[in-house]
Design a protein around this ligand. Structure first.
Ligand code: 3HC
Length: 684
């Protein structure tokens, strides 16, 4: 029987089955809550029904509260009201789980008397990723099931666990075969007819002395600046200290505080921004894509190797091309080492390593990419080198193959122009380490075909990247803004700040690392050519001294054996000498000046990028910076952050900076326009 547009109630003998079908992810919207509440009431009233199964159709069990309803007046029954209805059921209720039981979805399953799942299901409380805590009893019930330690880990990390793990910790009562969830759940329910109706809330929750404090301390770095993990910890502490219903009331208060706070707003923006990025102007849904079953990667260095791993991880065979046998050998052994490191962390099995290595075939013959559907080059970042390679690839690759460049700065159209198939050329800009970083800038050339673009967008999903389509310009979105920040960081150091002052402020802002520490990590000599070096920047001076960063024991900082950094007196002297050489009298530079010049230079450049159409929307820029450059997600990305500051305030500050520090801060016309219209970047 159809209960409402998203809920059905059927019966299989003595077992009632409540089925929800609310695509795409069965979020617990008002319609879903109403439907389930009504279906439950009918099943309770039906004397022939002895047990109830709650199941979803489509790709997943309930994936959580409906995030789009947050901040709007609650339509009853609320999720908590629905939970009371289920928890107080007069007959056993079995939640039947497939896909991802997340957030409010898992919290609803936790008020059922039992949970069964298929092996491919995942269960988790990811609210912290949205800057929230589980607000429907998750902080109270999960520790009662899986233990405090595991629950804190699951809730603060937000990563779902596989059904088999869930079964081993008692979160799932039975695994049923894939594809047979409904039958399995009904059979399980039948076995439980007449069994006592136990509630998770009645189980004990206690803490060992010092247990929570130890967890706090062990994770201090991971939780830095974040509001949600601390709220989760406090709520679990409440659970052990006060009666269940009071702890539930406190949990609700904490949830509402987080929901009204700036971090959750930013993190929810990030969630939707990532999904928006896949929607590209001029690329209608359903645009045909091309199958990518074989990939060629040219260059087995750090970048090429990392790129190749992404495809092997997704089960796609790769032809990895190098020019010299020793370089190829080295590249493949680095890949193997990376896999072995993952295996040591328990993320891969020995068999999986061999499976993936078997997908990676090395060769010294470029001709061997002839059968590939996609060839990605990751060779030296120089136009003539890339053009020469593309001429050769154009001759070798099959006619419909896509040719991609991993260039991070160069003009994609100039690369495409040397081929006979510019419409099949695209930029796929990976970020180092390419097997880890989630961002993929997909550079659309002037002639790139929509089918090729659609294929790249889909491919990003296949290899589990966040793909962002960007236009062709120097440095695209990410590196162009980074260059604007670097220019300020360098100018600040020339004028009077020390590299570690800049790093301290940027770290304090929320980045994991400041620009100079980052350069030391990457290597100061990347892109530096000794023969052409003219001591024209502090970086060049340090390189000429043999200070190339962490790998040489020092750069801006000195490093001990364990790579702990201390400000280097040698670098300090180099900075002072360099200012003198420029004829600059060094002055005191405040932290506020450092922050504003570095961050606003980025925002202003981002505005220009948006105005020029290099990025389709402001949130795409945020997605780039969060997934590729370490912008703190809880600040939502540079454009979201600027909107929150208020564009009129940003404009005023840019004008003041322009007066003091010159044209780099001339406000983008877009900012002027938006302020005049009373709008923000989000409306641009
Ligand atoms: N509410 C509303 N919409 C949601 C949603 C949610 N909880 N979860 C996903 N969606 C939407 C997405 O925005 C997307 O919409 P679009 O097609 O218009 O862009 C669509 O569903 C499909 O989502 P994905 O593209 O992400 O699909 P995937 O298959 O890649 O991933 C997923 C599915 C793993 C469920 C993923 O969407 C996800 O992680 N969702 C968020 C889950 C979550 O955070 N749940 C907790 C919510 S907070 C909560 O429950 C509070 C409670 O404690 C009170």
């Amino acid at each position: 029987m159809q209960i409402n547009e998203v809920t059905r109630l059927d019966r299989d003998d003595q077992v009632a089955v409540v089925t929800v079908a609310s695509p795409p992810v069965n979020a617990l919207s008002a319609a879903v809550r109403t439907g389930v509440a009504e279906a439950m009431a009918m099943a309770y009233a039906d004397a022939e029904v002895q047990a109830i199964v709650l199941i979803c159709e489509g790709r997943t069990f309930f994936a959580g509260a409906d995030i789009t309803e947050f901040g709007k007046p609650v339509v009853e029954p609320s999720l908590r009201q629905l939970q009371v209805i289920v928890e107080d059921a007069p007959k056993p209720v079995v939640a039947a789980i497939h896909g991802t039981a997340l957030g409010g979805g898992l919290e609803l399953a936790l008020v059922a008397h039992y949970r069964v799942a298929v092996p491919s299901a995942k269960l988790g409380l990811p609210e912290a990723k949205l800057g929230l805590l589980p607000g429907a009893g998750g902080t109270q019930r999960l520790p009662r099931v899986v233990g405090v330690e595991r629950a804190l880990e699951m809730m603060t990390g937000g990563e779902p666990i596989p059904a088999a793990d869930a079964e081993s910790v008692g979160l799932v009562d039975r695994l049923v075969p894939e594809g047979a969830l409904r039958e399995g759940a009904i059979a399980f329910a039948r076995e439980r007819i007449g069994a006592p109706l136990e509630k998770i809330r009645d189980r004990p929750l206690s803490l060992r002395p010092g247990q929570v404090e130890a967890f706090r301390q062990a994770n201090a770095k991971r939780f830095r600046n974040l509001a949600a993990p601390e709220a989760i910890i406090r709520s679990v502490e409440d659970g052990a200290a006060i009666p269940f219903d009071e702890a539930m009331a406190r949990e609700r208060e904490l949830f509402n505080e987080l929901l009204a706070g700036p971090q959750s707003a930013a993190l929810r923006h990030v969630f939707f921004a990532e999904r928006q990025a896949a929607k590209v102007d001029g690329l209608p849904k359903g645009t045909p894509t091309r199958p990518i079953t074989h990939v060629g990667v040219i260059g087995a260095g750090t970048m090429g190797g990392g790129i190749a791993m992404n495809f092997a991880n997704a089960g796609i065979p790769v032809m990895l091309v190098e020019t010299r046998a020793d370089a190829l050998e080295r590249g493949l052994s680095v890949i193997r080492r990376n896999y072995e490191n993952s295996a040591r962390k328990g993320k891969l099995t020995a068999a999986q390593i061999e499976e993936r290595m078997a997908l990676l075939q090395g060769t010294l013959a470029l001709d061997e990419v002839a059968a590939c559907d996609l060839v990605i080059e990751a060779v030296f970042e120089q136009m003539d080198v890339k053009q020469d390679l593309f001429r050769r690839l154009d001759r070798i690759a099959k006619p419909d193959a896509i040719l991609a460049s991993n260039t991070s700065y160069l003009d994609l159209d100039a690369i495409a122009a040397v081929t006979s198939r510019p419409e099949q050329v695209i930029g796929l800009h990976f970020f180092s380490p390419a097997n880890v970083m989630r961002l993929l800038e997909i550079v659309r050339g002037a002639k790139t075909d929509v089918g090729v673009l659609a294929t790249a967008v889909e491919l990003a999903k296949t290899i589990r990247k966040v793909g962002v389509v960007v236009g062709n310009c120097y440095g695209f979105v990410g590196n162009r803004m980074l260059a604007a920040r670097h220019a300020q960081a360098e100018a600040l150091v020339n004028e009077g700040a020390m590299p570690w002052d800049v790093d301290r402020v940027i770290h304090g802002f929320g980045f994991g690392m400041g620009p100079f520490a980052m350069r030391d990590l990457v290597g100061l000599d990347v892109g530096w050519v000794r023969e052409k070096s003219t001591a024209s920047t502090v970086r060049e001076v340090l390189n000429e001294m043999g200070r190339h960063g962490q790998k040489s024991g020092g750069g801006y900082y000195d490093y001990d054996d364990r790579r702990n950094a201390t400000p280097s007196p040698i670098a300090e002297q180099a900075v002072i000498d360099f200012s003198a050489k420029l004829g600059i009298e060094r002055r005191a530079v405040s932290d506020d000046e450092i922050r504003d010049r570095c961050i606003l230079a980025m925002v202003n450049e981002g505005a220009k990028i948006l105005d020029e159409g290099i990025a389709q929307r402001a949130s795409d820029i945020d997605t780039v910076w969060i997934n590729g450059y370490g912008w703190p997600p809880y600040l939502g990305g540079p454009m979201f952050w600027a909107d929150r500051q208020g564009l009129p305030a940003i404009l005023d500050r840019l004008r003041a900076l322009q007066a003091a520090h010159g044209e780099a801060f001339r406000p983008s016309p877009l900012i002027e326009r938006l302020v005049a219209e009373g709008k923000g970047f989000a409306d641009a």
